[in-house]
Design a protein around this ligand. Structure first.
Ligand SMILES: *Cc1c(COP(=O)(O)O)cnc(C)c1O
Length: 389
């Protein structure tokens, strides 16, 4: 199907609308071959040699993500971290990169340890401040600026269009971890970004049953060719079954994301000003840092992720904020106490416990991933967990 005339929802629902030539199947076969036949004259006209680099199982899910993001090309990886680290591994020792102080914890940790040991000059800055971005950019030296918006787990928002203009003026590429916004709500390439990364583990797949990542580029470049080599040579390649499941999951992506966003907004508004809640962090609330920018760059919702800061004395008499937050997570029944996000089941997590020492996250904070349960059930479960035992 020529995807141009169709709405992204139609592209997702039909997984591009491709039909298998050999069988006329509307759902693709599962390709598991690791190797491909060479032509008699010693050529590889199929374009495929060996499945670490090329796999027909990737064609359709990569094409769907690429169409939804409006990219030039998309690559699947074995995890979100494999995708994100590939974007940095394609740089060279001595290159200067900027990343946010508030961001997905494992990537922040890798950047400040491993990537730094290997010679990248990594600077963590306040990405919500255009002045801080401007001051940190080193024209001709800064190669890549990494942003995450809304950013884990405070859901602070970075202005993609404004950051892109500043990056390009300094000769740097702008990469966006758009895992939480998804292409349903934000299209970073259309706003000027050069690269989009997804932990496809989360909303794109949407069923908490596989680990996968993706990078989308706005254009081909020597840098992008190095990214391709990182995947092919370092081998952070997705498995065929995971690629097949991911395609299935993406068919319902727009419906899931809009439903989770609507429920998250309801929950945020309900607990804003609640006597046991010190603060609700959600870009959909007018009181939150990123509301104005989100209204411009997020279309159709503010996402399914929010955080609650629990007041001392909630749930358990005499508790500190930290104790109260941990007790609330312990007392929910419908919300499942687990890390990760973007599945159909709602998850609750005391974030400082999993990030450990050095985390910028307040210790009274609970991160919520809103799933597809009935929203009144979710609110009632949280309300009873917050109430004194
Ligand atoms: C989960 C996540 C990642 C890492 O993805 P994995 O598939 O777990 O490696 C990166 N960024 C964000 C925002 C995430 O939520």
């Amino acid at each position: 199907m020529d995807h141009k005339p169709y709405h992204p929802d139609s592209i997702a629902a039909q997984g591009m609308g491709w039909i298998d030539d050999a069988t006329r199947a509307v759902i693709p076969p599962l390709h598991v071959s690791t190797t491909y036949l060479r032509d008699e004259d010693n050529q590889y006209r199929s374009g495929r040699v060996y499945a670490r680099a090329d796999n027909p199982a990737f064609d359709q899910p990569e094409a769907v993500i690429n169409a939804l993001e409006g990219g030039h090309q998309t690559l699947l990886f074995s995890s979100g971290m494999a995708a994100a680290t590939a974007a940095f591994q394609a740089l060279r020792p001595g290159d200067h990169v900027l990343a946010p102080q508030v961001m997905y914890w494992s990537l922040r940790n890798w950047l400040t340890t491993f990537a730094t040991d290997w010679g990248l000059q990594v600077e963590l800055i306040d990405m919500t401040s255009p002045a801080a971005v401007q001051a940190a950019l080193r024209p001709g030296q800064t190669r890549l600026v990494w942003i995450e918006t809304p950013a884990n787990p405070l859901w602070t928002v970075t202005d993609i269009a404004d950051t892109a203009v500043r990056c390009h003026a300094a000769g740097a590429l702008l990469a966006v971890d758009s895992t939480v916004a998804t292409p349903v709500l934000t299209r970073p390439l259309a706003l000027g970004a050069d690269l989009v990364m997804h932990a496809a583990t989360k909303y794109l797949n949407g069923h908490s049953d596989l680990i996968a990542g993706a990078l989308v580029t706005r254009e081909d470049s020597p840098y992008w060719q190095r990214v391709r080599k990182v995947r092919a040579q370092l081998g952070g390649t997705l498995g065929s079954f995971e690629a097949w499941l991911l395609l299935r999951g993406m068919r319902t992506l727009p419906l899931r994301v809009r439903a989770a966003s609507a429920s998250a907004l309801r929950i945020a508004e309900h607990f804003h000003g609640h006597p046991q809640i010190a603060e609700v962090l959600y870009p959909g609330l007018v009181s939150c840092q990123g509301h104005a920018v989100s209204q411009r760059q997020m279309v159709g919702g503010f996402g399914g992720m929010l955080s609650l800061r629990v007041k001392a004395g909630a749930a358990v008499a005499g508790s500190s904020g930290e104790q109260a937050a941990i007790a609330v997570a312990a007392r929910t029944r419908l919300w499942k106490r687990a890390t990760s996000l973007g599945g159909t089941e709602s998850l609750i997590e005391h974030r400082a416990s999993i990030e450990g020492p050095g985390t910028p996250v307040p210790n009274d904070l609970l991160r919520l991933s809103v799933g597809l349960e009935q929203v009144d059930d979710l609110i009632a479960d949280l309300t009873s967990a917050l109430t004194l035992a």
